[in-house]
Design a binder for this molecule. Structure first.
Ligand code: SME
Length: 274
């Protein structure tokens, strides 16, 4: 998933930079490339498969990833991709194998990503995630690994969960310390109780849902991309506040009652591990 997202955004950014820099000749070449792949006598699907096979023989991983995405959009099936791969392998020989391995992985990631799009509602998506979470919640492992796996699953599965992490209480019960997380590095590795959304949750011990962080005066910014935040407290077996789950989103107002219930269910399930 992350692989695909990274590939798409890096490609867009570099294309923009290249076209800003480019003169007439480079721009003409880019245009030619685009026009060549438009449907003609050969349809889009066939053209993308040709592009994929040639890219594999020429061993350009970026080109392979790009054509795999385009093949998927054009509706190329698994069986068809497998036959394209076999032609590329026959033409290019065993030196294509390392690229084939990465292509198989990338294609499977695309399939997983598109499967996820089949969840049309949050209820469906959250029920699906709960299945993988139940495994993480029941298996034998240390607390750090368990919290890290929860962060990994949430950030992978929910598009608008862009930073997912846990803050744990320090022994002084006055400070939160950053625990496992996924997302951009944050300067807020320690947060005093009362400061920011996280610190306020540590005081109230209530879930704090912020639809738009720009409306909050007591807020600690981690990234300019963050538009909304939700923080859910975690209690131990004696109902003492011990940690919190913090999620930032790049969208304004992405969280609703379903997110709140879902995240509170996760935090409640963590009780026995603290
Ligand atoms: N925004 C938080 C600080 C933590 S970062 O979001 C990772 C806050 O206001 O407490």
């Amino acid at each position: 998933m992350e692989n695909i997202k990274r590939f798409i955004s890096e490609r867009e950014e570099l294309n923009k930079q290249t076209l800003d820099f480019a003169g007439k000749n480079i721009k003409r070449f880019f245009n030619l490339d685009m026009n060549c792949y438009k449907a003609g006598v050969l349809d889009k699907k066939i053209k993308e498969m040709l592009g994929l096979s040639s890219s594999m023989v020429l061993r350009c991983d970026d080109c392979i990833s790009y054509h795999l995405l385009e093949c998927h959009k054009a509706g190329v099936s698994n069986e068809e991709i497998e036959e394209v791969f076999s032609i590329a392998l026959i033409v290019g020989g065993s030196i294509v194998i390392p690229h084939l391995r990465r292509a198989v992985k990338f294609w499977e990631e695309i399939n997983i990503m598109s499967q996820k799009d089949k969840f049309k509602t949050k209820t469906e998506l959250f029920s699906y995630i709960k299945i993988s979470l139940e495994k993480v919640l029941s298996e034998e492992m240390g607390l750090t690994d368990r919290l890290q796996m929860i962060c990994d699953i949430l950030s992978q599965e929910v598009k608008y969960y862009n930073w997912v992490g846990f803050y744990l209480t320090k022994d002084d019960k006055q400070t939160l310390v950053l625990g496992p997380y996924v997302g951009d590095e944050t300067e807020h590795k320690e947060i005093p109780f009362g400061k920011g959304i996280c610190g306020q949750t540590a005081v109230t011990n209530q879930t704090f849902l912020v639809p738009d962080v720009s409306m909050q005066s007591n807020y600690l910014s981690c990234s300019l991309n963050t538009k909304a935040e939700i923080v859910v407290p975690v209690f131990n077996k004696n109902n003492e506040f011990v940690a919190e789950l913090d999620i930032d989103s790049h969208e304004v107002n992405p969280f609703n009652q379903e997110d709140k219930d879902f995240l509170e269910y996760i935090c409640e399930s963590l009780k026995s591990y603290f």
